[in-house]
Design a protein around this ligand. Structure first.
Ligand SMILES: [Zn+2]
Length: 652
């Protein structure tokens, strides 16, 4: 806390020095000075919040709570600082005459927008209005989230008859029994939390119980009681629209997409519609196959939503007979790490040397010095693979220090990847599931974006890119996990040393495309629903459910469930930050498939394509519009064809 307080104080002094300067505003004394202000605070924040994710404790959590209001107050002080904005605007107004580089222009626009998008250009009265809207919006989003959470927690399904557990895996039953015990109940308790809900919907043989659980999940915050979110949804959509209009944008989606690769709602809608047209035939085919399968298996006449995961799992088992236990021996953690390093070496000439001379926050953390083919330092890499108390779930990439150039010195970054893989035991090494293998490659792809960064300004460096572009390096890197040439380098049996058999690789590929049509339709339906709330003037929408039905019209496969509603618990877009952004999941897939196709055309270890990818994408961070960067790499705009082929939705 003392470090934070002192760093905030010095950052304020640095800002004051810019604002109080007697010199005429210039790019150097205003924009660059602003960019390099608060470096100490950034450094302390990164270290602290990285620790809060990977190695936290009560004391750290307490500081996190105490410091968060101080940090938001500090950033508000900057974005509402009128004198500072005057100087930034003065530089922006003479932009054309400044002879700026591309990167400098992007930095200037970004700084200017960070004020204007927060209302700096508005009159006093409009500013007051904006602050009022923001206050209401944050309250509504909070209430929305609290209602969803309460609805999730309020539902329980207690099973006391063991027959009703038929089909469930051992582990799921055990967890349900423990949950019941923890609440002093006899039997097995199921809830709407994913670790309980998903296995039940996937494996439970009892159709009535699956229906009960499914409807309960779909009814969250849609019961007309005090936890109902319908009015909140309508209010949030309307306030967002009002806010966008106040700032001079046509809709909320126009406001959001200005800072995305997709740029406009029209582009997003065309993108979603195009994929829909192309994926729909496959989805319909898969659906009728699944319907046939369910009919022959259990005499099901009409497939309902609560049948989908269950019969899909059964059909998948029948078609592929592929389970994790068959694959795991080929993916010993040490071998997969070696594989990731080898692939990076073959593509980008990187060398990884384990070093023990630098501090780390836990003994499990591995530390590497990364150099290029000339032996020059590229990055420091931290890798933290195993779960433990005080570490949050999931996997992520982060940095302790960004890359930037200051006073002629190219400061190299400190990058970290954090995962939660199975720990080795005395008798068995850490063996990864295939999903964990792709996770490691995914996070490593983000890490490459960070490590190979080569820009001047830290806020444009590495993964500091538009949201719908940030998953390109990570997702494209996953593709090597499916390639024979790459797997042969590292996927060897941990006991026998035998390389993974080709038929297993083929099965992995085939099964990964299983039901891609239906999955795609589902993702598209969420994206279209998102745009239906945010890409238009929502003041004419009077009723949530009928609006939703309209938005879902082209993507429906299953009969509608009248007592269910998606929007009232769609936290991604009404509580989290995904409003007008849900499309970006599919967008990123289109990018990665299109980019990887380029590698496939020339050879997946082709040095030319790899160098091109570094020069135009991995090293460039956010210094230019991502579409420009991408086209320079690929020679053309991304097209969905490669994804559709990979997903088996069109002929190869
Ligand atoms: Zn990612």
């Amino acid at each position: 806390m003392p470090a934070f307080k002192s760093a905030i104080a010095s950052a304020k002094t640095e800002i004051d020095a810019i604002t109080n300067s007697l010199e005429k505003p210039s790019f150097a004394n205003t924009i660059e000075a602003l960019e390099f202000s608060g470096q100490q605070l950034d450094r302390i924040s990164s270290i602290f919040f990285n620790l809060n994710s990977a190695e936290t404790n009560d004391a750290i959590q307490k500081i996190a709570q105490d410091v968060s209001p101080l940090l938001s107050e500090f950033s508000n002080d900057i974005s509402l600082n009128e004198d500072l904005f005057k100087r930034v605007k003065a530089v922006q107004d003479m932009k054309e005459s400044l002879n700026l580089t591309v990167e400098q222009t992007t930095l200037l626009d970004k700084k200017y927008k960070s004020f204007s998008r927060n209302g700096a250009n508005l009159s006093e009265e409009q500013k007051k209005k904006l602050r009022e809207i923001d206050k209401q919006l944050s309250q509504l989003k909070l209430t929305f989230g609290e209602n969803v959470l309460a609805e999730t927690n309020n539902f329980e399904m207690l099973i006391t008859n063991e027959d009703e557990l038929s089909g469930l895996p051992e582990g799921t039953m055990e967890a349900a029994k423990q949950l019941a015990e923890s609440k002093d109940k006899d039997g097995w308790l199921f809830t709407l939390d994913y670790p309980s809900y998903i296995p039940f919907m996937t494996y439970a043989d009892n159709r009535m119980l699956r229906k009960k659980l499914s409807i309960a999940a779909g009814k969250k915050a849609f019961k007309g009681d005090k936890l109902d979110n319908q009015q909140n949804v309508l209010n949030i959509a309307k306030l967002r629209f009002e806010r966008a209009q106040l700032l001079g944008y046509k809709t909320h989606a126009h406001f959001v997409l200005e800072e995305r690769m997709a740029k406009t709602p029209q582009k997003v809608e065309a993108f979603l519609e195009d994929l829909l047209t192309k994926a729909k035939p496959a989805a319909l085919r898969e659906f009728s196959e699944l319907q046939e399968f369910a009919k022959s298996m259990d005499g099901i006449e009409q497939l309902e939503k609560w049948d989908s995961a269950y019969y899909a799992e059964k059909l998948k088992q029948k078609l592929f007979d592929l389970d994790d236990e068959k694959l795991k021996p080929y993916f010993k953690l040490e071998n997969v790490i070696k594989g990731v390093f080898l692939v990076s070496n073959k593509l980008f000439g990187l060398h990884f040397e384990e070093i023990t001379s630098i501090d780390k926050y836990h003994e499990d953390v591995l530390t590497y010095k990364v150099t290029n083919s000339d032996g020059r330092l590229v990055s420091i890499l931290y890798a933290d693979f195993f779960p433990r108390e005080g570490k949050r779930n999931g996997a992520w990439m982060t940095s302790y220090k960004p890359q930037y150039v200051l006073k002629g010195e190219n400061e190299r970054p400190h990058i970290s990847i954090v995962c939660n893989f199975t720990k080795p035991t005395k008798s068995k090494p850490s063996l990864l599931t295939f999903n964990e293998v792709t996770t490691l490659f995914h996070e490593f792809g983000h890490a490459l974006h960070g490590m190979l960064a080569n820009t001047t300004y830290p806020s444009l460096s590495g993964t500091s890119v538009f949201w719908d572009f940030v998953e390109l390096p990570s997702q494209v890197f996953e593709n090597w996990c499916y390639e024979k040439e790459a797997l042969e380098l590292f996927a060897t049996h941990y006991e026998t040393g035998v390389v993974i058999p080709m038929d297993l690789i083929q099965k992995i590929k085939d099964s990964s495309a299983f039901h891609e049509g239906m999955q795609t339709l589902r993702q598209l339906s969420f994206g279209l629903l998102d745009m239906s709330w945010h890409g238009i003037d929502p003041t004419s929408i009077l009723e949530v459910k009928s609006h939703e039905l309209q938005a879902f019209e082209g993507t429906n496969l299953f009969p509608d469930v009248i007592e269910n509603c998606m929007s009232t618990s769609f936290s991604h877009i009404f509580q989290g930050g995904y409003s007008s952004g849900y499309y970006s999941y599919k967008w990123a897939e289109v990018l990665d498939a299109d980019a990887f196709e380029f590698f496939q055309e020339k050879g997946i270890f082709d040095k030319g394509v790899a160098t091109n990818f570094v020069e135009n994408v991995l090293s460039k961070g956010g210094i230019e519009d991502p579409m420009v960067l991408y086209k320079r790499f690929r020679g053309k705009e991304p097209r969905p064809d490669a994804l559709l082929k990979r997903a088996g939705l069109i002929e190869k």
